[in-house]
Design a protein around this ligand. Structure first.
Ligand code: DDH
Length: 290
């Protein structure tokens, strides 16, 4: 499948910055969501799941077609909770109906990441909505029960290497797991809405105990009510992953720059962008106050 980027005609950086601002303002005014976590984390997760169907073997799936808007895709049990993110973005789409859903879902993630203190993340427009027949069958999302070889094999479908996988999973500093969604319980850190390299610090420094939660799933717990999924903990059990966990725990700048690179790669997997399509860099709300 060939996915050629066709940016929305006649739109400039200013038009997309307006959308960024609408999303960021709505995040601010609805900051009470999920006991004060706000919508940032669930928006980042939506950008991930709307890209996570990618398969390098036939270039199918990925963010291009915006197919997460179809029930057929969104009803995957592994995506429970993401209806909160699509509902949050629906009025944004009504305000900017010219924007494709793939562009909306990925721009939502980039906006949330930057507003939560993450790296400046260049974003390119041009995803084009495709029909329900392009929704991949369920089974392309990762399960949390896997060990290191499961994780390595899973991300091979995207063509991501060990370093890229460790950097990408640092996103699990944001938000929390919810019993009613995934059958896992609790946040990865006391701060659920600040992007940092603390996921790696927590992995290395806390004392983790494998325990059964109220839904009978096994998770790693530490004092203060923070948790890790088995797939998170796998990163310290595998020496090749552990090397990068240590590097990112020690070096926040290296993490921010590597996370940005792999996140951009994830959101653009499978799409051909013409050289004339300039990556757009958005100002945060804070920067615009200056
Ligand atoms: Fe994740 N994730 N994720 N994740 N994820 C969950 C929540 C969040 C896995 C499982 C879960 C990524 C990779 C993996 C975020 C971002 C990213 C939850 C809890 C589970 C389970 C959902 C709930 O109960 O509400 C697994 C397994 C993997 C894996 O690849 C092995 C990646 C790559 C990202 C990313 O963004 C780059 C975020 C953010 C959340 C928090 C959502 C929220 O509502 O809060």
């Amino acid at each position: 499948t060939l996915h050629i980027a066709r940016p929305e005609k006649g739109k400039t950086l200013a038009d997309f910055q307006n959308i960024y601002n609408s999303i960021a303002e709505k995040m601010k005014s609805e900051s009470a969501y999920d006991d004060g976590t706000g919508y940032g984390p669930v928006l980042v997760r939506l950008s991930w799941h709307s890209s996570a169907t990618y398969d390098k073997n036939d270039n199918s799936g990925g963010s291009y077609g915006g197919t997460f808007r179809f029930k057929k895709e969104a009803s995957d049990v592994l995506s429970k909770g993401l209806e909160n993110a699509t509902k949050f973005l629906d009025p944004i789409h009504s305000e900017y109906p010219w924007l494709s859903h793939g562009d909306l879902y990925t721009l939502g993630g980039v906006t949330a990441l930057q507003e939560l203190g993450g790296p400046k993340t260049p974003w390119r427009p041009g995803r084009v909505d495709t029909g329900p027949e392009t929704v991949p069958a369920h089974g392309r999302l990762p399960i949390p029960e896997g060990n290191a070889s499961y994780v390595r094999n899973y991300y091979d479908r995207f063509g991501f290497n060990d370093q890229e996988v460790v950097a990408l999973l640092g996103a699990h500093i944001l938000g929390k797991t919810h019993l009613k969604n995934s059958g896992y319980d609790g946040p990865w850190d006391d701060d659920t809405n600040i992007f940092s390299n603390e996921f790696f610090g927590n992995l290395l420094e806390r004392k983790w105990t494998l325990e059964k939660n109220a839904a009978s799933n096994m998770q790693y717990n530490a004092k203060g009510g923070i948790m890790m999924l088995p797939t998170d903990y796998a990163l310290v059990q595998d020496p090749k992953y552990l090397k990068y966990v240590k590097k990112y725990a020690d070096d926040q700048d290296a993490f921010f720059s590597d996370f940005r690179d792999i996140y951009v790669k994830l959101l653009e997997r499978g799409i051909s962008f013409d050289d004339s399509i300039e990556p757009l860099v958005f100002k945060t709300l804070k920067e615009q106050l200056k």
